[in-house]
Design a protein around this ligand. Structure first.
Ligand code: SAM
Length: 273
């Protein structure tokens, strides 16, 4: 005789409601919602999810690189593909020249357009000695980033480089940004979870999607250390144009790709020599 595990009738009801609402991973979502709340509170969370709010905003956290990161309603939910920026940032930090004979200052990492500061938080979690600064224009994103990064990092509210401390000019070892890169006209074609529940500020990259990349490329050189690296998430289609912006700004740029994460990024450094 084959024994089957007893299914909690409440869980079955939650799965049914989620499935009816079109949630593809209904069983997984039900388990997380049941872990998070019970009774009226569970009902309220379920109602928000069934109405189309992203699961992460309903739960108040998103998984990234093995961490649970705080995410408020309306704030961009970190995507798995942004793991490429994390991998590239770790590689850049590992390759940074170190001088064993003198006391070197902590490597400086800046995450622009940080949202909940997924990359900066994962980097700081793995290397608590980093000097981390994160910045975003959206006060709700800044609140989340502060919760995630805690007291060991500085989070500022401002327009791109605008809020960064002046002490960082010429000192940034890794400048990382997943800035908005969706062309304005393509936002209407995005899934409703993004289009209706993430701030337009988090998505809209202007007419060709490159407005923010253009501005980051134009100013990155002022902030990078001599051996610093800029890492910017982009799409396969936009990557050549994103890379060309950094080349035009006098940096050496390459397109990096991770097929498993379905992720594309541009990496730029000062020319050698
Ligand atoms: C695509 S979301 C990415 C968030 C985060 N980097 C991530 O990957 O989870 C873009 C973020 O850029 C922020 N943003 C948009 N325009 C900005 C600007 N001019 N200056 C600073 N932040 C900006 C938005 O508020 C949003 O949090």
């Amino acid at each position: 005789m084959v024994e089957t595990a007893a299914v909690d009738p409440d869980e079955e009801a939650v799965v049914r409601r989620l499935r009816t609402a079109g949630c593809v991973w209904a069983e997984d979502e039900a388990r997380l919602l049941l872990e998070a709340a019970a009774g009226a509170e569970l009902e309220a969370l379920l109602a928000r999810r069934v109405a189309g709010e992203p699961l992460e905003q309903v739960l108040g956290w998103a998984g990234f690189a093995g961490l649970r990161l705080a995410v408020e309603s309306g704030v961009f939910v970190p995507r798995r593909r942004t793991g490429l920026l994390l991998d590239l940032a770790e590689a850049a930090l590992a390759a940074a020249p170190a001088d064993d004979d003198v006391a070197v200052p902590a490597p400086v990492v800046v995450e622009l357009c940080c949202g909940v500061a997924a990359v900066a938080t994962a980097l700081l979690h793995r290397s608590p000695g980093l000097d981390v600064v994160a910045s975003d224009l959206d006060p709700a994103a800044v609140r989340c980033a502060r919760r995630n990064l805690g007291p060991l990092a500085l989070v500022v509210e401002g327009d791109l480089f605008g809020g960064l401390p002046a002490r960082l000019r010429g000192q940034v070892d890794v400048l990382v940004a997943n800035a908005p890169y969706v062309p304005t006209g393509a936002i209407a074609t995005m899934p409703p979870e993004a289009r209706l529940h993430e701030s337009p500020l988090a998505l809209d990259g202007g007419a060709d999607g490159l407005d923010l990349h253009r501005r980051i490329a134009a100013s990155a050189g002022e902030w990078l250390s001599p051996t610093g690296t800029v890492l910017v998430e982009t799409s396969v289609r936009q990557a050549p144009a994103t890379a060309a912006l950094f080349t035009a700004a006098g940096l050496d740029a390459s397109v990096e790709r991770d097929d498993e994460l379905d992720a594309t990024a541009v990496r730029a450094t000062r020319p050698v020599g």
